[in-house]
Design a protein around this ligand. Structure first.
Ligand code: ANZ
Ligand code: ZN
Length: 787
């Protein structure tokens, strides 16, 4: 592995190779990363710019169910199409590094990661609720069970308990130390990253850290205390306002004290109906809040000893906190609605709202709360926690929304989980030397409720690696997100058959310097990839813990009519058509010129024509190039514009302002067209700067000038700062919004210089005689004083 002098790892989110081919949204992100990569190569960097295929997944399997065509065949075909399209638009990938997650050479290491997690207690099996369709006999992903009905047959989806594999991602939320290594957590690790604020916020929100308290309530039957019920609350300050409790329909209290519950039959019926609903339906603020009082049991509010009712209610989730809540109707929206509906008592304990109209969920001054009265609710929180800890009926707690990652899928087209079940030895990991566990091909795709793998005898029947007895393979496969959680490591050492990637190769190439991809559907991918990286650091494989230093998203490209592009609407733009009609460079330039990179914007065929004309203009310029012409005074303006272009285009590419970079190219090309003869050196500079955007055009013209070596072996030109400084621009100076003068300044002069020039101007100066409060400067355009 050759070490790099100056490495730059520019990574695209690798695509799922769908039958539909590359769409214009792919082209947007991939062109941007291509432009950046090409510029960095010209700047002398060893650029790592790979592409691969996130090839496992449902669509290929569903297609196989419909048609009987094996996913291997459809996937390979789709990949061939994608690759052709990528080459057609001039994406400069290093195909030596190409990887495909559905190939045994790749998923062998996905399975190795599973074993690494398993060995270290980070992969475990437990029962979990899944969406299940009784008619199709299959597990459904959340997206396939929207509105509680099966996407395939329309039957109601139920929640079923099945044994599932999990990865312990929750172990990595906070910072930790391990064998002298400090591993930053998924939360604090975000701080140092150059990522869009909204993406960081989405990660933080997904993790959902809440500070609060556990509070223990005693539960009594008719005679005595029989149990304790713990709740998680973010508002311990409101405990005096708690007028009932609610538990989720699956809560263990209902089984444990079944014989003491007087209306057990009714409660069982209610619980069964709740099970049919999805989590989203159950917690939807607008849905009616149903529930049933548990007769025969009451709870005691620890802070005032009052007896309160206990309800079973499906707005309480089994998967959050302790699965039980202390209800404070006056200050929680859901409790408020529930309370109104069931005519329960409400006590206002935080002043500031009008609880006759709605729940008051903000902070305020405590009332009706004994020792908390008069305190702001923030202080009351810590006072109450102190009290709970002293009285031994509660403690400060941090709760997270993030759950461990359910990675098993009852699916065929994924990486098999390398586990064997033996009657004698139990759960036995497949020995590393026996990896990969190959996906069998003798399968039938008709859905039966289990992975088709179960019915492959060749796959299913194995010998136990420990005792040699007849045993059974795990037939679940892994979530495809597992495959994509480590692919950026594999790119650095794609053919290694002894390790997922050699340490040396990782150290030379990682971390990724710039990662580019859509903002939608990436919260989980980014979280999982960060998690894998942290696991590798914890166990000593690498010595960093964040994989992607800088992240940028492309915006969504809408159809010409402003709607989302969709097959059913018939408004999809196919990049192949654009390439055929206008050329690849037009497509590239157009997509970069459309608008702000990370914003959504509509397609506009007219503008492509404009971009095509721009390229034609450059082709025409070539006719005016004169190799013998010595640049002179009458080309000075052109020279300055050219240097401004070198500077601006270079900076704009770094900043992902591709649209303004293209504008600047258009400005300089217009300047070129005003000359009858063009010095060859100037034109060559233009071609180099144009090259990242329009590589085909630039190379064609470069060769036409007689160069043997290609443009991409040239160097990015340096700009002459003094040339830019010498040039003067006029800026308007306003005082309180009124124009008071126009001053000439050196372009891009420092702000203090400009302030001095403005104040020295006699006309402007007299308005500033008594000083000013502040000033606003828009570089090279306007200076505004506020007095
Ligand atoms: C009492 C209370 C009073 C609450 C109040 C809120 C406002 P976050 O911020 O998302 O962490 N809760 C706890 N466990 C629950 C469960 N299993 N299902 C549904 N709701 C649950 O939310 C924490 C709050 O959500 C907790 O604080 C609890 O209601 C509720 F004026 O406790 B609170
Ligand atoms: Zn055994």
């Amino acid at each position: 592995m050759a070490a790099f002098k100056k490495k730059f790892y520019c990574l695209d989110m690798f695509p799922y190779p769908s039958g539909a081919g590359l769409h214009v949204g792919h082209v947007e992100g991939y062109t941007a990363s291509d432009i950046l990569s090409r510029m960095m190569r010209l700047k002398g960097y060893d650029v790592i710019h790979p592409m691969g295929w996130d090839a496992f997944g449902l669509p290929a399997e569903n297609y196989a169910i419909k048609t009987g065509i094996h996913p291997n065949i459809t996937t390979d075909k789709a990949i061939a199409t994608f690759k052709q399209q990528m080459n057609d638009i001039g994406l400069s990938y290093d195909w030596e590094r190409e990887i495909q997650t559905s190939k045994p050479e790749y998923y062998k290491w996905t399975q190795w990661f599973f074993l690494l997690f398993y060995k270290n207690g980070l992969a475990y099996k437990k029962k979990a609720k899944v969406n299940w369709c009784n008619h199709c006999m299959t597990v459904l992903a959340n997206e396939q069970a929207e509105g509680g009905v099966c996407e395939r047959c329309g039957n109601q989806v139920i929640q079923k308990d099945l044994e599932q594999w999990f990865f312990k991602i929750t172990d990595f939320i906070e910072d930790q130390k391990y064998e002298g290594r400090s591993i930053k957590g998924l939360l604090s690790g975000l701080e140092d990253l150059d990522w869009p604020a909204s993406t960081k916020a989405a990660q933080i929100n997904w993790i959902g850290r809440s500070e609060g308290a556990m509070v223990t309530f005693k539960v009594k039957d008719k005679k005595s205390t029989v149990a304790e019920l713990e709740v998680f609350t973010t508002r311990p300050d409101t405990l005096f306002g708690c007028t009932y409790m609610a538990v989720n329909p699956e809560h263990s209290l209902l089984q444990k004290f079944a014989e003491r519950i007087e209306n057990l039959a009714e409660i069982k019926t209610y619980a069964a109906s709740a099970q049919a609903k999805t989590e989203l339906e159950r917690t939807d603020l607008n849905k009616e809040k149903t529930g049933l009082e548990i007769l025969g049991l009451v709870a005691i509010n620890p802070v005032n000893g009052r007896e309160i009712k206990i309800f079973v209610a499906d707005y309480v989730l089994s998967t959050y906190g302790t699965g039980a809540v202390m209800a404070v109707p006056a200050h929680d929206e859901r409790d408020y609605e529930f309370c109104k509906k069931h005519k329960l008592e409400m006590i206002e304990v935080v002043s500031g709202g009008d609880i006759s109209k709605e729940a008051y969920t903000e902070n305020g001054i405590m009332i009706n709360s004994h020792f908390l009265n008069g305190l702001p609710s923030g202080d009351a929180k810590s006072e109450m926690i102190k009290w709970l800890e002293k009285e031994n009926c509660g403690r400060k707690t941090i709760n997270y929304r993030l759950r461990d990652w359910l990675i098993s899928r009852q699916r065929y087209w994924g990486a098999p989980i390398p586990i064997i079940y033996c009657d004698k030895c139990g759960t036995v990991p497949v020995p590393e030397l026996e990896l990969p566990v190959l996906l069998p091909t003798d399968v039938d795709f008709k859905p039966t409720g289990e992975s088709p793998l179960v019915y492959s005898r060749t796959f299913h029947d194995v010998k136990c690696p420990q005792c040699g007895a007849a045993a059974r393979r795990e037939s679940d496969t892994m979530d495809t997100f597992v495959c994509s959680s480590w692919y950026f490591f594999r790119f650095l050492d794609p053919h290694n058959d002894r390790e997922f990637a050699a340490r040396q190769a990782i150290e030379a190439g990682m971390p990724v310097d710039t990662y580019i991809g859509g903002a939608e559907h990436t919260v989980l991918h980014l979280l999982y990839a960060r998690f894998f990286t942290k696991v590798l650091q914890k166990f000593g494989y690498i010595d960093f813990n964040e994989p992607f230093l800088k992240l940028r998203h492309q915006g969504i490209i809408l159809a010409e009519d402003g709607n989302k592009m969709s097959k059913s609407k018939g408004n999809v733009i196919n990049p192949d058509d654009v390439v055929r009609q206008y050329g690849a460079d037009s497509l590239r330039l157009y997509e970069m010129f459309m608008g702000v990179f990370n914003e959504s914007k509509p397609w506009n065929t007219k503008s492509i024509i404009g971009v095509r004309r721009f390229l034609d203009k450059i082709l025409n310029l070539a006719e005016k190039v004169d190799a013998r012409l010595k640049p002179g005074q009458n080309q000075r303006k052109l020279l300055i514009e050219l240097h401004r272009t070198i500077k601006k285009v270079g900076e704009d590419i770094q900043d992902f302002k591709f649209n303004t970079a293209v504008s600047q190219l258009m400005i300089v090309v217009n300047e070129f067209t005003t000359h009858d003869k063009i010095p060859q050196a100037y034109f060559e500079t233009l071609l180099i700067v144009l090259f990242p955007f329009a590589p085909f055009t630039a190379q064609e013209l470069w060769a036409k000038l007689g160069h043997k070596s290609p443009v991409h072996q040239q160097s990015w030109p340096a700009f002459d700062q003094s040339l830019l400084l010498q040039e003067e621009v006029s800026i308007s100076v306003q005082v309180n919004g009124k124009l008071r003068g126009v001053i000439a300044i050196p372009r891009d002069a420092a702000e203090e210089t400009i302030l001095k020039i403005a104040q020295a101007d006699s006309n402007i100066g007299k308005y500033l005689a008594d000083g000013y409060k502040k000033h606003i400067y828009i570089p090279n355009k306007i200076l505004n004083f506020v007095v």
